[in-house]
Design a protein around this ligand. Sequence first.
Ligand code: SF4
Length: 303
Amino acid sequence: MLPKGRSSGTGTGSSSHSPGDASHMSAGRGRGSARGRGGHGGGGGADGRAGSAKGKVYAPELTFSLCDYPGEPSCVVFFSGCNFDCGYCQNWRLKKQSPDQLADLREIEEALRRNTLITACKVSGGEPLLQPKALAELASCARSLGLKFGVDTNGSRPTELGSLIPILDLVSVDVKTKLDDREYRRITGVSLPRAEDVRKTLATVIASGAYADLRMVVIPGYNDTRDVAESIGGDLRSMGYIEKAGKGGASFTLVEFVPENAEGEGFRKLSPPPVERLKQIACWLGIPRVMIRHRSLGFMVPA
Ligand code: SF4
């Protein structure tokens, strides 16, 4: 869901899986900063030989962001490859993996180690859970450095998520529409999206100790109806969302769809949803802690 045009670090162009800052770089080249993250350990020094032999990962981009990990300045690592084919995708350049996107995990870890301004690391995509081993290694490194660690997911990989959840501080789950195979097919562009997997993912995150950062990109004509909102709200209530949100452990963000960043031509012709529509959907959801992300308002503003 990476926008074709980069969004601002403090703006709202960042949708799910999207970067929030123009200071991105190739992960394979390292950060180039002379500053070190002292005193956190993490398996080695700044000479690039830390951590012994580690694997490669399809992760072509890395960026600094103020709006991808709520409340934390973060480093966002973009894993490529996705099992969905959403026409509205803002990160369409990361849908497919290619050899030139392969990066060395050690170099990404070194970038985390050197950046003393960040307090969190977030992995976005693409679908990061398609590369669970690399994700686990990165999570382990980030936590050893004292960083919070979060991941974006489209919800299709509940088994992989279940294995990783104990080491995640935050999970951002895309709720693309009501949890129904037919509706999911319409948005994701694949024949077997299995809404049941998304349901399992949501239940896993809500039952966990990780922050449940749920969000839906609101696309006019696709998922902006009362029926969709009430269905999602009902499902989340049955999973324990209200209790978790009551403890400050969950929120649901309605994200403005930005047509000019979409991959599909049909989606680029749509109009973005006005703030009033997002507020109306927030009411229909019938759940607490609903936020709005809209260019005219800000990153995460209470609805
Ligand atoms: S889940 Fe959809 S929107 Fe997200 S990266 Fe994959 S294709 Fe793009």
